[in-house]
Design a protein around this ligand. Sequence first.
Ligand code: ADP
Ligand code: MG
Length: 249
Amino acid sequence: MTENGDVTPLVQMENVNKHFGALHVLKDINLTVSRGEVLVVIGPSGGGKSTLCRTINRLETIDGGKIVFDGQVLPEEGKGLARLRSEVGMVFQSFNLFAHKTIRENVTLGPTKVRRQARAAADTRAMELLERVGIAAQADKYPAQLSGGQQQRVAIARALAMDPKMILFDEPTSALDPEMVQEVLDVMIGLARDGMTMMVVTHEMGFARRAANRVVFMADGQIVEENTPDEFFTNAQTERARDFLSKIL
Ligand code: ADP
Ligand code: MG
């Protein structure tokens, strides 16, 4: 539940199906994400985790079932879709910053172009967000001048600049050198504490234990298991999940 007491789920997926040609990648997915919830999605490569994330901001269409976001069935196109995209932030494995724009410009671009915010207001907000992720001193540099961990923190600030209702993280630390993983996870843990609704695909079990309300284990396009992190890591219910955990822990 959020501070204003809204108990309706933010995301409701009902019997969601998705094919890529003959490949059935999402099989009857039923999943709810509550407001303020941090959901961690784990599972073997190719299991459909990225596709699942991408259906929520409709980077992927679905071919069966329905997805309700904040009380509305996902729009197919047009203004509704643009609004949805701005309400659901996304942070990818590869940071996807604009190489020829400064850090500050990367963060203000969405608010000024999509939201038509005034430049000065967008700048002020960008600096607050860069402060929050610990990058304010780098605001006038270009992405290539920053480390991977710093670039990923900028990507998070850029997502936050749109005041999203939710942020999807698809393996946000997988491309980072090991020594940079924690600085990104720390920012994410901070967001979780502040009540951001998050869906996080990750193999970082420390993060899952500290920040997740729920863990979803996905394999072969299905949700195989869903539990609290404590239960999942100490007492997985399925052979499939136990086998996966034995390989990564
Ligand atoms: P995960 O993120 O769990 O590794 P994905 O959602 O990326 O899984 O992929 C699920 C399956 O769908 C994989 O077999 C993958 O090869 C396939 N797939 C993903 N995207 C596409 C696409 N755009 N076209 C065809 N097949 C795809
Ligand atoms: Mg993936």
